[in-house]
Design a protein around this ligand. Structure first.
Ligand code: NAD
Ligand code: MN
Length: 365
């Protein structure tokens, strides 16, 4: 805790960002407020209007001292970035990746679990076996930002995109993944790789995994190429438990994982800094969703689940569990769901149902 102020226990920085980011964070904050009221956890919220509109005014996605400001907080809750008028790499690198890299949030956790009541594109027998945690390397790899463009705008324009795998970077993420796998009942960790075709960086990635594995003799390991892993997630979900994957591979596999549970709108994620003095950041895995922005039909569950991951990380297990319970209750009772889950409900309808369900849980203050 970074303060002695008795009026609140945690300072939370809220960055709704762009597109449906604002809509799902709004919905999430309404539900969160009621939950925290019941559990008597006091937070102070500071909303930062950073993102594409800020860029239009100032030419940057966040102020130059933005990272410094974030260091005053216990956690960050993030919506999404992306704008049809601004190039994606500018919005992403100017805000989300900037925060992850500068705060060295090198662990990205992406859990996906079957939710009874939510219709998966898989048949029910397969879908109910989904219970994965993807551990994503979040600081280097394919998203290192290294590379450049030469001969710009000439016929021989050439771009390089350099994937970087440092021993230190690989060791620390594998170590985290092994600890996590060790804490689960399956005690199984799958290494996702592509070292058959990418013979340099991915070899360092693999080698580090095998070295770290020696410290965790109780964890069963296996190695799967990323393309085969995508197929396995669909055909035999029970064969996977905790997966450790590079920045790009985990990005792709986690969208697949979330869609297999039922919708991209369900996925929640935590960008963890393991330094206690630096805040971690929690966000839904989806983006700004230009096709549905402003329609009040965005599914807020990914954002809400992310707020529960945040509370868990802060040590507020009771509040986090109430949110997970609410998500399960809502699904079990058949929503009503937003269109991405096959329903007709609006984002505001979902909020209303959650607030009603919270009363049904009958939690004593
Ligand atoms: P997207 O995640 O925004 O949308 C993909 C599809 O999923 C769309 O059809 C969208 O309507 C649907 N979808 C996503 N979230 C939903 C929700 N909560 N409820 C209902 N439907 C939902 O990905 P995209 O279309 O590839 O990217 C759009 C923009 O978002 C781009 O600018 C991209 O760079 C950015 N982006 C940002 C992040 C982030 O901020 N973390 C992540 C992914 C994409
Ligand atoms: Mn993604």
């Amino acid at each position: 805790m970074k303060n002695n102020n008795k009026n609140y226990k945690y300072r939370i920085a809220i960055i709704p960002g762009d597109g449906i980011g604002k809509e799902v964070i709004d919905a999430c904050l309404t539900i969160l407020k009621e939950v925290l009221d019941l559990t008597r956890v006091k937070i102070s919220k500071t909303i930062f209007s950073w993102g594409s509109n800020y860029f239009r005014k100032h030419g940057i996605m966040m102020p130059n001292n933005g990272i410094e400001k974030l260091l005053n907080f216990d956690a960050i809750l993030f919506g999404a970035v992306g704008d049809p008028e601004i190039e994606d790499d500018i919005t992403l690198w100017g805000l989300r990746l900037e925060i992850c890299q500068k705060l060295d949030q090198f662990v990205n956790i992406r859990p996906s679990k079957f939710i009874p009541g939510v219709k998966s594109p898989l048949n029910h027998d397969l879908a109910k076996k989904i219970d994965w945690i993807i551990v994503r390397e979040n600081s280097e790899g394919e998203y290192s930002g290294s590379g450049g463009i030469i001969h710009k705008d000439l016929p021989n324009e050439t771009g390089t995109e350099i994937s970087i795998f440092t021993k230190k970077g690989c060791n620390r993420i594998h170590e985290y993944a092994f600890k996590l796998a060790n804490s689960r009942s399956a005690k199984t960790l799958t290494l996702i790789t592509k070292s058959n075709a990418q013979r340099h960086g991915m070899k360092v990635w693999d080698k580090s995994f095998h070295e770290i594995s020696k410290k965790f003799p109780k964890v069963k390991t296996n190695t799967i190429l990323v393309d085969a892993a995508a197929a396995l997630m669909v055909s035999a979900p029970e064969k996977l438990d905790v997966l450790v994957a590079t920045n790009l591979h985990a990005d792709i596999l986690s969208d697949l994982a979330s869609a297999l549970v039922g919708s991209l709108g369900l996925g929640a994620t935590a960008n963890l800094s393991l330094n206690k003095n630096v805040p971690s950041m929690f966000e839904p895995i989806h983006g700004a969703a230009f096709d549905i922005v402003g329609k009040n039909i965005a599914n807020p569950i990914g954002a809400l689940g992310s707020s529960a991951l945040m509370l868990n990380n802060l040590g507020e297990k009771k509040s986090a569990n109430i949110i997970f319970k609410l998500i399960n209750l809502y699904a079990e009772e058949g929503g009503p769901f937003t269109p991405d889950l096959g329903g007709k409900a609006s984002t505001s309808d979902v909020v209303k149902i959650f607030l009603q369900n919270l009363k049904k849980l009958n939690i004593k203050k």
